[in-house]
Design a protein around this ligand. Structure first.
Ligand code: OTU
Length: 664
């Protein structure tokens, strides 16, 4: 290997050879100079062992950045400048703007295709969502393609959905309306029909090296001996025999999703080019799919390794140079302490946003047990984020709910972890006597007894059962549960996120069973089509659809003007004497004590009370429930020091400024 030059010398070389072209933009050069050391360092740290000429590689990356920036459309560059200026002025970054809310949908199920998309935007505006995540819309294999997460062409658009021009136009239309577009970068794996995989199958060495290939089963198994399985029921093991290669390929997800070998610098360059091109099409947020899995090392569980973080850092440093308005969303459904590592540089070095998977699981835990100890104990310090970063807080997404939670917390809450887990699985699959839920077990593993849960928010909250039984009171309770979860996602912390169909309270959709391409993946039961009839009913008073839609829209509308609900405003979980309540204190970032809000939630079907005497002193008197209206008149009972909470009720209680001590 040729010894690498110092980053400074290399930068000087690049600038004198290519940087001083008449087209070079001074802002780009400034960003480039600022990030160059970090980029060169990370490249060496990750790739030095595999590079013959590290300088040449760094210069290649530099050329890629300059090229991508040169072809970045003027309107996006102007957007970059605005986003940068906002931070320079000391405001929060654009993606933490108070009041933002997100929505995620499969394009075909949401609007048919890109053309229909525009017509659905008024629906999103009515809901109050401003970040729209369209699930993978790239060309992918026919048949089972894991909902598009087996990508065959990262820069194409699935012809059934539209064209690249349609994608660009969709982004423009969103921007015109003050909305943002999020999309996936499925960077851990590509489909076995991707040209890279096809070339590897044809015997091209260069492309074989894009994947983790093992000559025989023993070698593969030795490498993966500590790797858990993601889909044990339908895609057991982590390797697939590929006859054309006469070898085993690592396939952590499905056998048709080949894990890319990110220790190969060529894979990095390919993916960087793709990332920058997607950014140039107007995508504002890239969701880094399965980011914990990026780096593999023999004998480890191949998750959350330090190099995976270095790759994200390197991609971010590069994006900051060529497309500085772009934000990264970490899709890391792992332990809370591991998730926050993708954000702990304060959004500067790695991701800016992450799914609050911990909160999501805890909400379902509390709903099944009616007890909030696990939630209250776990939703605190370890999920606190660095400034400049934010959670996406949600009740449901397109994936299953994994109920595994920190065993110690479960023990401390008075449950036995194994039995507790069994109970949750039984409860949400509807087996537990008296359960209101209608879900199914996902990826049941008879060896471990583990499983996850599928089902729409509404079905897991009891709506499907209640409707089927024609039980109006049960329907009301189910709607209350649905509102409770969305209301908490809108007020505990972060940016609320709604999964398509949940805003209408859609129940499980069993049509997936009729489609052989989907039939072995019951996550499809909770990915319903946005049925036009349900949409129409959402405009008719008193239907379930309108109650849920209007209820969520109201949460999103109200929270917009509540400074204490800014995504990154502080929160503090208060100890509730009543083990069925959640109490969370939100404070505005600019400490104006009188605008603090106490979020109070009752996880049972019985009325309960929040007793102010039991809460920490100095909280301030309850002044007003911001959620109270004619249907749910004020819950404050003046003089008693109590707040009544009806079944599954949620209250956003504005607190009066605490009395100041004399002389203070
Ligand atoms: C993601 O989920 C996607 O959200 C899924 O829809 C895909 O099937 C999958 O990647 C493959 O692309 O295991 O059960 O820590 O948990 O990447 C869902 C991250 C998953 C993983 C996550 C994965």
């Amino acid at each position: 290997m040729v010894q690498p030059s110092s980053p400074r010398a290399l930068l000087a070389r690049w600038l004198s050879s290519r940087g001083k072209t008449p087209r070079a933009d001074p802002a780009f050069l400034a960003r480039f100079g600022y990030r160059f050391d970090a980029i060169a360092d990370l490249v060496l740290r990750l790739y030095a062992p595999r590079l013959d000429d590290p300088d040449a590689f760094v210069l290649r990356v530099a050329d890629l950045l300059a090229g991508a920036h040169a072809s970045r459309p003027a309107e996006l560059r102007a957007g970059d400048a605005e986003r940068e200026a906002r931070v320079a002025e000391g405001r929060e970054p654009w993606f933490l703007e108070p009041g933002l809310a997100a929505y995620m949908a499969y394009l075909d199920r949401f609007s048919g295709d890109f053309r229909g998309f525009r017509e659905r935007l008024p629906h999103l505006e009515r809901l109050g969502a401003r970040i729209v995540h369209l699930m993978p819309f790239f060309p992918c294999p026919a048949g089972n393609n894991d909902g598009g997460y087996a990508v065959s062409d990262y820069l194409g658009v699935d012809p059934r959905l539209g064209t690249v021009a349609d994608l660009v136009e969709a982004a423009r239309e969103l921007h015109r309306r003050g909305l943002y577009l999020a999309a996936d970068l499925v960077l851990n794996h590509c489909s076995d029909e991707h040209p890279w995989a096809l070339a590897a199958k044809r015997g091209e060495r260069r492309y074989r090296d894009y994947f983790h290939v093992f000559p025989d089963r023993a070698a593969a198994e030795r490498y993966g001996r500590a790797m858990p399985e993601v889909f044990p029921e339908t895609a057991p093991g982590n390797f697939t025999w590929v006859p054309e290669l006469d070898a085993w390929v690592m396939t952590v997800f499905h056998r048709f999703q080949w894990d890319l070998d990110w220790s190969n610098p060529e894979v990095f360059v390919e993916m960087l080019g793709i990332l920058l091109e997607l950014a140039n099409r107007g995508i504002d947020i890239l969701r880094l799919d399965a980011v914990p899995y990026l780096w593999k090392r023999e004998g480890t569980d191949c998750r959350n390794l330090d190099e995976a973080h270095d790759i994200v850092r390197l991609l971010k440093a590069c994006a900051d140079v060529a497309a500085p308005g772009l934000a990264f969303l970490a899709e890391a459904i792992v332990q809370p302490s591991e998730i926050v590592r993708y954000l702990d540089s304060g959004g500067v070095e790695e991701c800016q946003l992450a799914y609050h998977a911990s909160l999501m699981v805890l909400l379902w835990d509390a709903l099944a047990t009616g007890k909030t100890a696990v939630l209250s104990r776990s939703f605190g310090e370890e999920t606190r984020l660095a400034p400049g970063t934010g959670w996406l807080s949600y009740a449901r997404c397109h994936d299953d709910i994994g109920l595994g939670y920190d065993e110690e917390k479960i023990l401390r809450a008075g449950f036995t972890p194994r039995a507790h887990r069994r109970f949750l699985l039984d409860f949400y699959s509807g087996r537990y006597p008296g359960s209101f839920a209608r879900g199914r077990l996902f990826m049941e593993d008879p060896r471990t007894g583990d499983a996850r849960i599928s089902g729409t928010c509404a079905s897991l909250c009891g709506l499907e059962k209640a409707l089927e039984e024609g039980d109006r009171a049960a329907v009301d309770l189910a709607v209350k549960r649905i509102m409770l979860l969305h209301g908490l996602a809108a007020s505990l912390t972060g940016i609320p996120l709604v999964f398509s169909g949940d805003e209408l309270g859609l129940v499980n959709d069993f049509s997936w069973l009729d489609d052989p391409a989907l039939a072995d993946d019951n996550r499809w039961m909770h990915r319903p089509r946005l049925d036009p009839e349900a949409l129409a009913r959402s405009e008719v008073a008193d239907t379930v659809e309108s109650r849920v839609m209007n209820g969520i829209a109201r949460f999103l509308r109200l929270r917009k003007d509540i400074p204490a609900f800014a995504p990154d405003a502080p929160f503090e979980v208060l100890h509730a004497q009543d083990e069925h309540l959640v109490l969370c204190l939100r404070s505005p970032k600019e400490a104006a004590a009188k605008a603090r809000i106490l979020v109070a939630a009752n996880f049972t079907a019985k009325s309960r009370a929040v007793r102010f005497q039991e809460l920490p002193a100095g909280l301030g008197a309850p002044a007003r429930d911001l959620l109270a209206d004619e249907d749910a008149p004020s819950v404050l009972e003046p003089g008693t020091g109590e707040i009544a909470l009806g079944p599954y009720a949620l209250a956003w209680i504005a607190l009066a400024a605490p009395e100041r001590k004399a002389g203070a």
